[in-house]
Write a protein that binds this ligand. Structure first.
Ligand SMILES: *[C@@H]1O[C@H](CO)[C@@H](O)[C@H](O)[C@H]1NC(C)=O
Ligand SMILES: *[C@@H]1O[C@H](CO)[C@@H](O)[C@H](O)[C@H]1NC(C)=O
Ligand SMILES: *[C@@H]1O[C@H](CO)[C@@H](O)[C@H](O)[C@H]1NC(C)=O
Ligand SMILES: *[C@@H]1O[C@H](CO)[C@@H](O)[C@H](O)[C@H]1NC(C)=O
Ligand SMILES: *[C@@H]1O[C@H](CO)[C@@H](O)[C@H](O)[C@H]1NC(C)=O
Ligand SMILES: *[C@@H]1O[C@H](CO)[C@@H](O)[C@H](O)[C@H]1NC(C)=O
Length: 490
């Protein structure tokens, strides 16, 4: 919808030709601007915004102005903005006006800006109070207020001329000439369907405070009942259906769901529904789509994994990622950043760890990882932990399925607990194997008390403590194994 643009910026900063193309057709039909209008550094002599009725000012230029027009002339010549020509502009709902340094501009000083700016007391109106001597007078029918010199360019006043009883705008001086309170800019008559523009929402031509809601209260049954006439809010309009590519969030059409909701399709309508816990978010893995050319997780790409619950592809940790890669100007990875992987529940491909920060002794950043899909494999392997001298426990406490591919855990001189896990119980395909060798010997581990907590069952554990058990010997509370169960502790 052309009349529903967020903001208009006409700014001459490249070449003349482009400035000309800026004033092409579309601007002529703009009737409403949601944000602000900025016209700066242009050289054309008029603005193509004759039909502009209302500037809502939901976003302001420099946090103050919803109409800003400055420096529109060429220093070395006679080119420049000569008239504003905004003959239909009668409402600025929020923000002020700034008009300055337009050497050739006429008539801006004749405009009654307080009639246009809704709240002139709180919004700055900075406009020249004189114009050059060469300016023509307003046409005599205009009572001295005009946007340009012609007869049809008079400013129409819709507020300061109203009877005291009107609480907004009017179409004449009498009490009976007040506009409906939902009108913006003015009106042709007293009804909510007679408005020039709507302060809030346009419901099939009538200005309303809110669109027809999805539920109505029935005072007889004391119940909320489905409203068959419900409409969605879409910008300043009420619509029966959200436009293509928009999603329904409660009773509004939105471009994307907020971060605490996810998009689902119900009855062929795309909707946002609240996520339980954290919202599912699928991300590309190393070697896939946007990370097609990446070799490893590194400081340049780790931020792409924020809030991901599913990795489509693989996660690979190589020394060039963890320690940095001077040849490619990649800085070392801040170990703290690895915590982004705490949201990951599924990796569809493989997890390949050939480098890890020196002082991180476990893989607990993957403590929520449930499934490794093995849809892509690395030499037949879907889980590889190789030659990590710092890791003493895996701590993959949620892992319960490795759907395909082999497990290879080798040459990790400090690693314990690995031998207590029944790897086959994680496998789903008949040909899967595990190759686990040259880690810390089980005897060495027990000698240093690196054994499963006594509250773990014989099924083993991923690391020290009662929260790393595969299953519990007695009872579990949440993820932790406990000796007894009592009501007070849950
Ligand atoms: C301005 O509004 C009037 C109605 O008040 C309309 O007839 C006219 O087409 C609009 N546009 C221009 C450029 O005057
Ligand atoms: C308006 O008045 C100011 C101050 O007197 C002056 O500097 C400026 O040149 C005048 N503007 C025009 C367009 O004449
Ligand atoms: C309301 O929207 C319709 C088109 O959807 C338009 O024709 C009409 O002029 C609008 N009314 C107001 C007051 O903006
Ligand atoms: C991650 O999720 C949090 C909480 O839901 C949210 O505040 C944040 O904006 C999200 N960040 C990104 C990059 O998605
Ligand atoms: C690991 O080392 C880094 C950098 O040397 C340091 O910032 C971080 O605090 C250390 N982390 C732990 C858990 O010791
Ligand atoms: C490991 O799990 C598999 C499949 O669940 C089972 O058949 C096997 O007996 C288990 N091995 C041990 C040593 O418990």
């Amino acid at each position: 919808m052309l009349n529903e643009q967020n903001q208009v910026e006409l700014q001459w900063n490249q070449v003349d030709a482009e400035a000309k193309s800026n004033i092409g057709m579309p601007q002529y039909s703009i009737r409403e601007v949601t944000g602000y209008v900025l016209v700066a550094l242009n050289q054309f002599d008029y603005l193509p915004l004759e039909n502009l009725r209302i500037i809502r000012g939901t976003k302001l230029y420099e946090d103050q102005y919803s109409l800003a027009v400055f420096l529109n002339y060429r220093r070395d010549g006679n080119f420049g903005l000569r008239q504003l020509g905004l003959r239909n502009l009668t409402e600025i709902l929020s923000g002020g006006v700034y008009v300055d340094q337009n050497k050739f501009l006429c008539h801006a000083d004749t405009i009654h800006w307080q009639d246009i700016v809704k709240n002139a007391r709180n919004n700055p109106v900075v406009v020249p109070t004189n114009s050059s001597a060469t300016c023509q007078k307003c046409h005599r029918s205009c009572n001295g207020r005009c946007w340009g010199p012609k007869e049809g360019q008079c400013q129409s006043l819709t507020k300061t001329v109203c009877a005291e009883q009107c609480d907004g705008r009017c179409f004449g001086p009498y009490v009976s000439d007040c506009c409906h309170r939902e009108c913006a800019g003015g009106c042709f008559g007293p009804k909510d369907t007679d408005c020039f523009a709507c302060t809030n929402f346009n419901d099939s031509g009538a200005c309303v405070t809110q669109c027809p809601q999805p539920f109505l209260y029935n005072p007889i049954t004391f119940q909320l009942e489905h409203n068959p006439g419900a409409k969605y809010t879409y910008g300043a309009f009420c619509v029966k259906k959200c436009p293509h590519n928009f999603v329904v969030d409660q009773s509004s059409c939105v471009r994307a769901c907020p971060s605490n909701k996810m998009e689902v399709e119900q009855n062929r309508i795309k909707m946002c529904i609240p996520c339980t816990d954290i919202c599912p978010k699928a991300c590309d893995g190393i070697g896939t789509a946007s990370l097609q050319t990446a070799q490893t997780v590194d400081s340049s790409n780790i931020d792409k994994f924020v809030n991901c619950t599913k990795i489509n592809g693989n996660l690979v940790f190589l020394i060039t990622g963890i320690k940095g890669d001077v040849y490619h100007n990649i800085e070392a990875l801040d170990p703290e950043k690895l915590n982004v992987f705490r949201s990951v529940r599924e990796i569809t491909g493989f997890l390949n760890i050939q480098s890890w920060p020196d002082n991180m002794t476990d893989l607990s950043v993957f403590s929520n990882l449930v499934t490794i899909g093995g849809r892509a494999l690395y030499s037949g392997i879907s889980l590889l932990v190789l030659k990590q001298q710092g890791i003493s426990s895996l701590q993959l406490q949620s892992l319960n399925e490795i759907s395909a591919g082999n497990v290879h855990i080798a040459e990790n001189s400090r690693l314990c607990y690995y031998d207590t896990v029944n790897w086959t119980s994680l496998f789903r395909a008949p040909n899967q194997k595990f190759l686990i060798r040259n880690n810390r010997g089980p005897h060495e581990c027990s000698k240093h008390h690196m054994v499963c907590d006594p509250l773990c069952s014989d099924a083993g554990c991923w690391g020290p403590g009662p929260d790393q058990c595969l299953t519990c010997r007695f009872f579990s509370r949440g993820r932790t194994c406990v000796e007894t169960c009592n009501l007070y502790e849950g």
